[in-house]
Each structure stands twice: as structure tokens, then as C-alpha cells.
Design a binder for this molecule. Structure first.
Ligand SMILES: O=P(O)(O)OC[C@H](O)CO
Length: 481
């Protein structure tokens, strides 16, 4: 049996898989979101660690009750979030600064002006507080304990995979997919970049050693090998068996993350999509083109909780189906700014086209379209930039359960949308990578065991509505400044 440990932004989950990667059990714990100031987001790393201990214990108990043992653990994680700890004193020095945290927004704008191009060339990333480098810089400049540990030579930084690997095995390591989200890692040389280290005042010894995405790292204290570290979106790409160049997956969770496997080719996006490492396994390096939409599931919850339009997502869908069109309404879900291709932190949500005939069902339909159009826009850009025709869009995540949104998505991208039976592709990716590292499974076997739940094929042309929605986006930009 294998465990895919998925340390996400709002919860920690461990999923127990059997030898054929069927899901046997899910253990889940939520933890506190800490908002010390407007726009700041932190997690308590010790609390995260406690949730990890609990979910692993729970899965172990289930395995034992079946007379089985855990053969390996793969760790996948919320990316970019950074933890600082003291190697000697074996304790963390500050809360984890979460990927969503905007405390370094000003510094990022400054950097973007002077170093935007060089950083993008080296790292594949657009300068934004989202990534780890400015968070590390902030910790080095603002936290006394961090400064002291730096002087002592015992300071260590790591993304969540790295922190958990250290807690579980004592090793200070990270994999290439996670490293590529720090903005300190050069995706061409596949190493920490000296010039960037200097720019952010980071010494190489503060950072983890780089390991392959599928590689044995060490044993936990009860003798279970930890043999994969992988960023959660890259893990989902792997879990969807998107092994070939041109394969694309979209995880529709709180937000949406769309990744295209671009093989060994780094695409220098002209539209601010990101280039990132998908995985490195031995000599195989796979890059990915990535676009993210910040608001997806959040919008569905917003319709339910904030606007009180329905009691759950099934009822929302029923209401949307009653009208079957947007009634001229366009919904731009830019609640917290917009990611690619705009990268506009000042954009805000917009509902436009209201008339006396509008009722809530049109707004729901328009919101569903807003989700599909946001994803569709990035899929279209990826196709253009990679010059690869996308045959199938593989979807997963909570919102992919919604058939209406998936059908609108298929119409929008004019492509087949394919949903697997196992939508837990993130944990699955990590578990399968862990098994690959130990030589117990190969990619072919994984392709064989992947089952498709449903395929959505394009039914109607949505180009007109899609274009109109893009006009609405232009009106939502730069609202807060
Ligand atoms: O924890 P999730 O699933 O919201 O994913 C967060 C992403 O890794 C951020 O880049």
C-alpha cells in the first residue's frame, strides 16, 4: 500500500492506495488560516506538522487493520509557501508565509520594473508576491530570530515539501518541481541561481539540496520510505498520466490550475503564462506551461454562502439549467485580482449586463460561464504559444464534478473534456511517483489503470459569449488602484 500525502492550503490529507492505486481511505485535517494583517496569510508550521502526524497515523491504522504495510509515502504540497527553521535547535522561526500572502507586493512591483525580464528568463516566472523569493527576503530582513540563525549558520528555508521531508527523515531537500516555484531556481541550469541568490540576499546553504521528483529520501522513524516530493499541480499532471508533450490537465479546486506538458522544451510565454518544472526523474526532465485562475470553487461557494442563491452546488446547477443561458449577463470572478495573462492584483469582480429581466438564475449561469471562460482563455493561450493542438483537456478537482460547468468548458475550448474516475489526482500523482522511485511500478501500468468517468464533447459554439466576456474582463481591470 502507498500513501499520497497532500499538504494543501486549507487541509492536510493522506490517501491510502492499494497496489493498483485504488483509493482505500482518506484521512483529513483542517488547520488555522492566520491573517495577521490585510492581505497577509500565514500558517503555523507546527500545526501543519501535527495534522501530518495525525493523517499518517490514521492511514497506517487502516492499513494495519487490513494486515498490510505502507510501502512508501509520496509528499505533495501547496507550493511557494515558505518555512524558516533552525537546524540545530530543531524548531521553526516564524509562521509559514503562504503563497497567497501579499506582504511583498510593493517589493515585487519594484523588482518587476528592474529585473522582470532577467527573472522571467532564468526562472520562467512573472515577478509576483506569489513566489517564495520575496517572502524569504522579507523573513531575512524582518525577523530577528531568522537573522540570528543566519549569523549562526543554522538557518534553513524550505517549501512545505522540504519542511515535511526534514521533519519525517531529517534531510534538508526539495525536488525540482517545488524549487522551480521559488524564483531562486534557474530552470535552464537546473540549479539555484547565484545571481538571484545575491539579489535576494540568500546564501546557498540556507536552501535545500535538490533531489529528483521520484527519489528515495529517507525513512520515517517507523521505517517507511519517503520517496517522492512534488508540487501539487505538477503532481496532478502526473496523476492524470499527462506524460506526453501536449497533454493538458486542469485542476478545478478553490482556484484552477492549468498545466501543459511541454516535454523538454521551455516555452518563453509572450502572454505571461509561467514555465515551470513538471518533474525530473533521472535523465527525464519535463517542463510545463502553467496558467492559474485564482477563483473557481470560491465562486460557487460565494453564490451559495454570500449571495444565498441555493443551498448547494446541485441546486445552483438546477437553477442554471432552468434558464439554460446567461440572459446577457457576464461574470468576471476577479475577487482577488487576476492571474495570467493579466497579473493584475487590482482587478475586482464584476457582474455586467443587468436588465430588469435578469434573475438570479442568469447570474448563476453567468458565474458558471465565468469559471469556464477563465479556464478557456488560458487553454487557448497555451495552444497558441506552444503551437500544440490540444486534443483533450483532463480535468480533476472538486468543481470538475459539476457536469454543466464541464459541458460549458468543453463548448468554450472546443475540445474534449475528460474526467477520470479518480479525481484525487494530486495525491495519486505523489503516491505513484513514490512507487516509481522504488521501482515497483512504471508509467505504462499507470496508464492502464486510469479509468475515465465521463467525456464531454463540444455541443455548441460559445465564441460570441466568450468574446463578450473578455470585454467584461477589460472593464474589471485596475479597479482598486
Ligand atoms: O493547496 P492548493 O490546492 O490550493 O494549491 C495551491 C498551489 O499549489 C499554489 O501554487
Amino acid at each position: 500500500m502507498y500513501i499520497g500525502l497532500d499538504q494543501g492550503t486549507t487541509s492536510t490529507r493522506a490517501i491510502l492506495f492499494d497496489e493498483n492505486f485504488n483509493m482505500l481511505h482518506e484521512a483529513r485535517r483542517e488547520f488555522k488560516q492566520i491573517y495577521p494583517k490585510e492581505g497577509w496569510v500565514e500558517h503555523n508550521p507546527e500545526e501543519i506538522w501535527q495534522t501530518v502526524v495525525e493523517v499518517l497515523e490514521e492511514c497506517k491504522r487502516v492499513a494495519e487493520s487490513k494486515g498490510e504495510k505502507i510501502k512508501a509515502i509520496g509528499i505533495t504540497n501547496q507550493r511557494e509557501t515558505i518555512v524558516a527553521w533552525d537546524e540545530e535547535e530543531k524548531r521553526t522561526l516564524y509562521n509559514a508565509i503562504v503563497w497567497q500572502c501579499r506582504r511583498t507586493a510593493e517589493r515585487s512591483s519594484e523588482l518587476r520594473k528592474d529585473f522582470g525580464k532577467v527573472i522571467k528568463d532564468k526562472t520562467g516566472l512573472v515577478v509576483d508576491p506569489y513566489f517564495s523569493a520575496t517572502k524569504i527576503e522579507w523573513l531575512l530582513n524582518n525577523v530577528e530570530e531568522v537573522k540570528r540563525a543566519a549569523t549562526k549558520g543554522t538557518l534553513r528555508f524550505g517549501t512545505i515539501d522540504s519542511y515535511l521531508a526534514w521533519k519525517l527523515t531529517g534531510q534538508h531537500v526539495t525536488d525540482y518541481s517545488n524549487a522551480s516555484r521559488t524564483m531562486l531556481f534557474n530552470i535552464h541550469t537546473l540549479d539555484w541561481d547565484n545571481e538571484l541568490l545575491e539579489l535576494f540576499g540568500v546564501k546557498r546553504e540556507f536552501l535545500p539540496k535538490l533531489v529528483d521528483t521520484a527519489q528515495y529520501i529517507g525513512d520515517t522513524k517507523d521505517g517507511i520510505p519517503v520517496s517522492s516530493l512534488v508540487g501539487d499541480q505538477q503532481s496532478a499532471l502526473f496523476g492524470q498520466t499527462a506524460f506526453e508533450k501536449g497533454d493538458v490537465k486542469c485542476t478545478l479546486g478553490t482556484g484552477s490550475f492549468i498545466l501543459m506538458n511541454t516535454g523538454d522544451q521551455i516555452i518563453n510565454s509572450q502572454h505571461n503564462l509561467l514555465s515551470t518544472v513538471g518533474w525530473k526523474i533521472g535523465n527525464e526532465i519535463v517542463y510545463a506551461l502553467e496558467g492559474s485562475v485564482f477563483i473557481t470553487g470560491t465562486l460557487v461557494n460565494y453564490l451559495i454562502r454570500n449571495l444565498g442563491f441555493a443551498k448547494d452546488s446541485a441546486e445552483l446547477t438546477e437553477l442554471a439549467l432552468q434558464v439554460g443561458n446567461n440572459g446577457g449577463i457576464y461574470f468576471v470572478p476577479a475577487f482577488t485580482g487576476l492571474g495570467a495573462p493579466y497579473w493584475d492584483p487590482y482587478a475586482r469582480g464584476l457582474i455586467i449586463g443587468l436588465t430588469p429581466g435578469t434573475d438570479k438564475r442568469h447570474i448563476i449561469y453567468a458565474a458558471f460561464e465565468g469559471i469556464a471562460f477563465s479556464v478557456g482563455q488560458l487553454v487557448a493561450l497555451m495552444e497558441k504559444e506552444s503551437e500544440i493542438y490540444i486534443k483533450t483537456l483532463k480535468v480533476d478537482g472538486g468543481v470538475s464534478k459539476n457536469n454543466l460547468i464541464m459541458q460549458i468548458l468543453s463548448n468554450t475550448v472546443n475540445t474534449v473534456v475528460e474526467r477520470p474516475v479518480n479525481r484525487e489526482t494530486t495525491a495519486l500523482g505523489a503516491a505513484t511517483l513514490a512507487a516509481i522511485a522504488m521501482g515497483w511500478v512504471d508509467k505504462n501500468k499507470l496508464k492502464e489503470i486510469r479509468k475515465i468517468d465521463r467525456i464531454f464533447t463540444p455541443k455548441e459554439n460559445r465564441e460570441e459569449e466568450f468574446n463578450k466576456w473578455k470585454q467584461a474582463v477589460n472593464r474589471a481591470l485596475n479597479w482598486e488602484s
